[in-house]
Design a protein around this ligand. Structure first.
Ligand code: URA
Length: 210
């Protein structure tokens, strides 16, 4: 991908996002919309996967037909909200390997602390798509990408639903080689680090917690 930031303006993505932002949208509908939108975003983030052809025979004749070259893929969910994007993407790319990065914020230092890290082998040979619905301050995203690079990943993309300009700038500074795909670039962050206008806490909205 040549651009550092891609905002997917497709009408279906934007329509679903509006429904997800609405505070009246219930948990079950929010989760379903997230699954649907994740597949539309997956379409964009995998747009340039290498292709080859395969000789097949249709009921009418033989042809060389396009097929994925078979590039190894890893989807990495940044817990816990990343799981909401992961499920839909796995339906579309069932052979992808899956990793998880768990980070929490130390309330004193405000820095992300790792509590879980499990990723597929041969990360250096894979296209790694890290998923987290909200790119807010960028602190946890940058830390997650640091960990993935430490584990050998060389070709990484970051997929989110909403991004704040602060998070995009932080990612660009720390990881200029990692393209970001998102459904919207919002106004900014409030004093609590929430994206405005945003959609609230993505984890709470998808899991019904508070
Ligand atoms: N995480 C969320 O879930 N929502 C925000 O607005 C920011 C970070």
């Amino acid at each position: 991908m040549k651009d550092h930031l891609t905002v997917v303006k497709h009408p279906l993505v934007q329509h679903k996002l509006t429904l997800m932002r609405d505070v009246e949208t219930p948990t079950a509908v929010f989760r379903q919309l997230l699954r649907e939108i994740s597949q539309l975003l997956a379409y964009e983030v995998t747009r340039e996967l290498p292709m080859t052809t395969k000789r097949i025979t249709t009921p009418l004749k033989s042809m060389d037909s396009p097929t994925l070259e078979g590039r190894k893929l890893a989807l990495v969910s940044i817990l816990r909200a990343g799981n909401g994007l992961l499920d839909g993407m796995l339906e579309l790319i069932p052979s992808a390997r899956v990793g998880f990065v768990g980070l929490y914020r130390d309330e004193e230092t405000l820095q992300p602390v790792q509590y879980y890290f499990k990723v597929p082998t041969e990360l250096d040979e894979r296209l790694v798509i890290a998923v987290d619905p909200m790119l807010a301050t960028g602190n946890s995203s940058v830390a997650a990408i640091d960990l993935l690079k430490g584990a050998g990943a060389k070709d990484i993309r970051f997929l989110c639903l909403l991004a704040a300009p602060e998070g995009v700038a932080r990612m660009k500074e720390a990881h200029p080689d990692v393209p970001i795909v998102t459904a919207a670039l919002d106004e900014g962050l409030n004093e609590l680090g929430y994206i405005v206008p945003g959609l609230g806490d993505a984890g709470d909205r998808m899991f019904g917690t508070k």
